[in-house]
Design a protein around this ligand. Structure first.
Ligand code: ADP
Length: 467
């Protein structure tokens, strides 16, 4: 086979699978045919031997009952009746004196002298026929007076049956192999259809760079269908992430452009007016914007550090009441301005194992969101309690705000994800990603429950520190 053909075969998976299938099938079919042939050959031989044995005893009895004449009449009567092909019948006396022989035509060329070599022992003397290669089978019985009666037959009838079987078996074998090869290729083609669909979809994505293509699934829940569903899930996640990153880039660009324009205007005004107070004011504003940008970049880096486990955490026993009060203090004014009640209820001795600054940052993010997404007149309550097993402490930030739709709920932790309902508020969609990453870096976990229009409760669970 040329190497081009070999290459083509290596790449044609259905053909290869089909050929393997055909090979296995052909081997099994061949084994079955060989087994059947052996069984048939044994059965036919046993039948022939039964005939020989019964004729031998029939003639021996007749010889004993009615002598050589009686035997002769019986052999002739049997031959006339034509019950089976003619048998060799001989009566031998002494060492090798043939006193009677009925020898069918088939046996003429056979050297029967060697038959005399047969004595007791093996019941059948076997000898290849010089005429057609069939086997001559001769049985002998020795009577009390030393006379031996011999009956023989050739195996050519059963040889013919077996030869026909062999010819048919080869035909059937070839037919089965062809069916197996064709069937194998078809089965492999049908079975590999989902993989081809996967291949086509991924190629389309690679070529068009569009992540909205999906693999067709049949909902059969077989492994290939599940793989297709997983890939679709993955594509959905990638699509969301890419969408989020695009949105974030827009936000970052927007957030950069505004302070830059403002900075430019201030610089321009300061240059044209030469007024020292205006220059100072403009520089102060520019510093503020620069700080905000710096904070966003820091958050992005913090998230990757926390997620990759490279964030340095100064873990110690932290009094929950203290850190909650610190975080609340950061938003007390804003809450008051917006007409929100901001309260805390934390048992005094409650402690967690955490990095104090990071925990404050986590709580500040949750309180900021609660304040941001709760209309005036609402409430934001922070509470903490030890969990039932005493090994962990859960801090909850509950608000009576706009709530989060059930479809958005699992996604709010994703980096750059912002629910549509909250687009009007400022934000980059990084706060909750940071919360989750930092809490998990502490060996803790986060959770959220929410009802649209009623409010949300964010929970942070951390390892407890003994008081
Ligand atoms: P953002 O900067 O947009 O607040 P976050 O990561 O903090 O980013 O929050 C992600 C999204 O989760 C928000 O855009 C908002 O849709 C939703 N969200 C977070 N906290 C609340 C809350 N307390 N009430 C309602 N929606 C919330």
């Amino acid at each position: 086979m040329s190497s081009r053909w070999a290459d083509a075969l290596r790449h044609a998976l259905p053909l290869r699978l089909g050929l393997w299938y055909a090979a296995l099938f052909a081997v099994s079919a061949a084994a079955l045919l060989v087994f059947t042939y052996a069984l048939l050959a044994r059965t036919l031989a046993a039948q022939d031997h039964d005939v020989l044995a019964s004729m031998l005893s029939r003639y021996a009895l007749e010889y004993q009952r009615a002598g050589l004449g009686g035997l002769q009449r019986l052999v002739q009567a049997d031959a006339l009746e034509g019950r089976h092909e003619r048998l060799l019948v001989r009566v031998v006396a002494g060492r090798a004196e043939v006193i009677y022989a009925s020898q069918p035509r088939d046996w003429r060329a056979v050297d029967l002298a060697s038959v005399e070599a047969l004595r007791r022992g093996s019941p059948w003397m076997l000898q290849a026929s010089p005429i057609d290669g069939s086997t001559l089978e001769i049985g002998t019985v020795e009577l009390p007076d030393g006379v031996r009666v011999q009956v023989g037959r050739t195996s050519h009838v059963r040889d013919e049956v077996l030869a026909q079987f062999r010819a048919r078996a080869v035909q059937v074998g070839v037919l089965l192999a062809a069916i197996a090869a064709g069937g194998g290729v078809v089965i492999a083609l049908v079975g590999l259809a989902p993989i081809r669909a996967l291949d086509a979809t991924t190629r389309e994505i690679l070529e068009t760079r569009r992540f909205d293509a999906r693999v067709a699934t049949r909902g059969t829940a077989d492994p290939l269908d599940r793989l297709g569903a997983r890939i679709n899930e993955m594509l959905g996640q990638i699509q969301r992430l890419v969408g989020g990153m695009r949105g974030a880039l827009d936000n970052v660009a927007h957030d950069l452009r505004t302070p830059l324009t403002r900075f430019r205007n201030v610089a321009e005004a300061a240059l044209t007016q030469g007024d020292e107070a205006a220059v100072r004011d403009g520089l102060a504003q520019a510093l503020e914007e620069a700080d905000r940008l710096g904070a966003t970049l820091t958050t992005l880096m913090d998230i990757s550090e926390a997620e990759t486990g490279t964030m340095r955490l100064a873990v110690a026993a932290v009094a929950v009441a203290v850190v909650v009060d610190e975080a609340i203090a950061l938003y007390a004014d804003e809450a008051e301005d917006r007409g929100l009640a901001l309260t805390s209820a934390v048992p005094p001795g409650l402690q967690v194992r955490a990095d104090h600054t990071r925990l404050r940052q986590v709580l500040a993010n949750l309180i900021e969101n609660a304040v941001k997404y709760t209309p005036s007149g609402g409430r934001v309550d922070v509470a903490a309690a030890a969990d039932d097993d005493g090994a962990t402490v859960t801090i909850r930030v509950r608000d009576t705000g706009m709530g989060i739709a059930a479809t958005d709920l699992p996604l709010v932790w994703d980096r750059l994800y912002r629910a549509d309902a909250s687009r009007s508020a400022r934000g980059l969609g990084l706060g909750l990603s940071l919360v989750k990453a930092v809490v998990e870096a502490h060996g803790g976990r986060v959770g959220v429950t929410s009802a649209v229009g009623e409010g949300s409760t964010f929970a942070v669970t951390l390892p407890a520190a003994p008081a």
